[in-house]
Design a protein around this ligand. Structure first.
Ligand SMILES: [Zn+2]
Length: 119
C-alpha cells in the first residue's frame, strides 16, 4: 500500500495522482539497484623496454675526464673496448685513443649518435 507523499492519503493502487490533493503519486517500487560496474582503470601500458637515450654531452664529458680508463666506452655499452681501455690504461694508449674518441663523438651529428647508441 502506498500513501501520498504530499498529504499522506492512502492511494489507490495504480493511481497516478493523489485523489485528495492531486499530487503526482510516487509509486514506491523496488528500484533496481543500479548494477555497480567496476571500472578497472587500466594504467597505460608501460613499455617494458625503457627507451634509453644516451647523452652525447655525457659521453663527451666521460671521454674527456675518464676516457683514459674507457668510461665513455662503458657508457656507450662498448664493454669490450671499455675493458681494453681499462686493462691498458697504464700504457697511455687508451688516453690517446680517448682523445680520438672525443673528437669522433664530438663530430658525430646528434641524430647519428642517437641512432648508434640509443636503445
Ligand atoms: Zn495527496
Amino acid at each position: 500500500m502506498s500513501y501520498c507523499v504530499n498529504c499522506g492519503k492512502e492511494l489507490e493502487s495504480g493511481a497516478k495522482f493523489c485523489t485528495n490533493c492531486g499530487h503526482p503519486a510516487i509509486i514506491n517500487q523496488v528500484q533496481n539497484t543500479p548494477q555497480q560496474t567496476v571500472v578497472y582503470v587500466q594504467a597505460p601500458q608501460q613499455d617494458i623496454y625503457v627507451h634509453e637515450r644516451k647523452s652525447k654531452g655525457l659521453a663527451l664529458t666521460l671521454c674527456f675526464f675518464l676516457g683514459w680508463m674507457g668510461a665513455h666506452e662503458f657508457y656507450l655499452r662498448k664493454y669490450f673496448w671499455g675493458s681494453l681501455y681499462l686493462i691498458f690504461c697504464w700504457t697511455f694508449i687508451p688516453l690517446l685513443l680517448s682523445i680520438v674518441d672525443f673528437i669522433l663523438i664530438f663530430l658525430t651529428p646528434k641524430k647519428i649518435f642517437h641512432k648508434m647508441y640509443d636503445k
